[in-house]
Design a binder for this molecule. Sequence first.
Ligand code: UDP
Ligand code: MG
Length: 328
Amino acid sequence: MSNNPMISIVAPIYNEAGNIRELYRRVHAVMETVGEPWELVLVNDGSTDGSSEILREVYEQDTLHIRIVHFSRNFGHPMAVTAGMDYASGEAIILIDADLQDPPEVLPDLIEKWREGYDVVYAVRAEREGESWFKLTTASLFYRILYRITDVDIPLDTGDFRLMDRRVVDVVDGMREKHRFLRGMVSWVGFRQAGVEYVRHKRYAGSTKYPLRKMLRFAWDGITGFSHFPLQLATYLGFAIAALSAVAILVVIYLRAFTDAEPLEGQATTLITVLFLGSVQLISLGIIGEYLGRIYNEVRGRPLYIVRDTLGIEREPHAGTRMDAREK
Ligand code: UDP
Ligand code: MG
């Protein structure tokens, strides 16, 4: 770490016209108190609400600190964050949401912990304001399931609001997987990680870009990306049903041979069994399909995102470990 390490703050922007100026104002105010050089990398993820014009305005107001990357279309939050990390040049990189749910006032706490020697400092939501009961319970349930069935220890109740040391960012940048469950990837990388608690606020302006449908997609990405458990479900179910059938066979033989009972009369039993097994098989097939689809996306090898334009960025993005470049 040099004496005056540069700090990069990365925020993805998707239709955040009402938040950009306020984000800049607050980040600027906070970072001036920290006293290190800093940059704010704003990645415009195909906004259609005039965010582009506001971004240009903010850039012209402060060309020293502002870096802007425009995508050719909407690629989604994980890609926007990835691009921000690719283009960031700091020794510490901080991911923050543009809607000010993650208060910039927490930045000095994160930087403080990083100075203590931690490589990843994630912000833990001690409290969440202005979120529905439904979102809170499903989110909490999701993190606990994920914790149980995956092989990486993803810390509970953390989002993407976190600081990462350059070493960590280099490794994560080198992981060009197409389904990017970032908080899982960062945990997987290891190094020394620590948490700092904060209160998650409500959105400053605008509305969430993560409706239930996208949340489910996100949760499924997290589970399939870090666990084979769904694939093994079919095996477990198969064994369980086989055991059940063996018992049923014995029972039927007994009833036929030693009693007058007329077991399993009518078609309902047959129908239910066939439908039950049929649906179990279809679901298993669907789960295999999910993993197959992921493999398909990987082998196609398309780029993660496409950049239309940049402002205030001179160097090429680095996609991958640049261990050599660090020595220079
Ligand atoms: N975002 C993005 N691309 C998208 C959706 C969201 O860059 O396709 C950004 C958005 O502008 C915000 C951050 O990701 O800065 C988090 O999104 P949001 O606040 O809508 O999610 P929530 O906090 O409701 O989970
Ligand atoms: Mg938000």
